[in-house]
Write a protein that binds this ligand. Structure first.
Ligand SMILES: [Zn+2]
Length: 241
């Protein structure tokens, strides 16, 4: 009788191993799309950052053009003042125009300086953006490769899952109903191991004390029983029998 129950126990443990394996597979299948989504977001962030920097750069280019237009306007104003200067009749008029020309030239000089600074800034920014783009290219390619591998992993897990479930079914069919029912009932409540060893007089699942009488019974029959506290199936490991 003892050997028979031991055999059932081994089948239950085999079933349990399979269930744990399937549980992890299903968890992985569920998690992979979340991981993929996060990697896609990471790629998107890099692309957005590049776009943002490109927009900044084109804003700077536009500002530079505005400087050139402004400088051109001042130049034509200066030309006009210089023409007018030829036609003045009084010293007073002459001084007034000289003053205008001086101010316009000063303003032009200031704008030219600002434009030069902006040109330097643009060059700097272009270099930065170029190197960021190069870095990003490698990073994005790496992320895309990771995504591809995750998709492959998911596909192969999805193909493997029904095979493992079929194996599980075959194992479960070999187990006596009275034991299988207990196993399935406890498993439906908790996802962690259902069949646990008694260790140091305690349930290997919930760690509740197992009455000595029950431990002795388990030893004597080499059999199985349930934990009064959590309902798990208890057994004494072979090495301490
Ligand atoms: Zn227990």
């Amino acid at each position: 009788m003892g050997e028979d129950i031991r055999e059932e126990l081994n089948k239950l443990l085999e079933l349990q191993d399979k269930d744990i394996f399937i549980f992890h597979m299903e968890k992985r299948i569920k998690n992979i799309p979340i991981e993929i989504e996060n990697f896609h977001k990471e790629i998107e962030e890099i692309i957005n950052k590049i776009k943002e920097e490109e927009e900044k750069l084109s804003g700077m280019d536009k500002r530079l053009k505005d400087y050139f237009f402004e400088i051109e306007d001042i130049e034509s104003a200066i030309n006009k003042f210089e023409q007018d200067r030829l036609k003045v009749r009084t010293n007073e008029e002459y001084r007034a125009i000289e003053k205008e020309i001086g101010e316009a030239k000063k303003k032009k000089g200031k704008l030219e300086e600002e434009a030069l600074n902006l040109i330097e800034e643009i060059e700097e920014k272009k270099k930065e953006l170029e190197s960021f783009k190069n870095q990003s290219k490698g990073k994005i390619e790496g992320l895309q490769e990771v995504i591809e591998n995750l998709k492959k992993e998911s596909d192969s897990l999805k193909k493997e899952l029904p095979i493992r479930k079929d194996e599980r079914l075959r194992i479960s069919k070999r187990i006596k109903n009275q034991y299988l029912e207990i196993y399935e009932r406890v498993r439906s409540i908790r996802n962690d191991p259902v069949v646990v060893p008694v260790r140091n007089g305690a349930c290997g699942g919930c760690h509740a004390f197992v009455p000595t009488q029950k431990v002795n019974y388990l030893r004597k029959t080499r059999g199985i029983d349930t934990c009064e506290h959590c309902g798990r199936i208890l057994y004494i490991p072979e090495e301490v029998l």
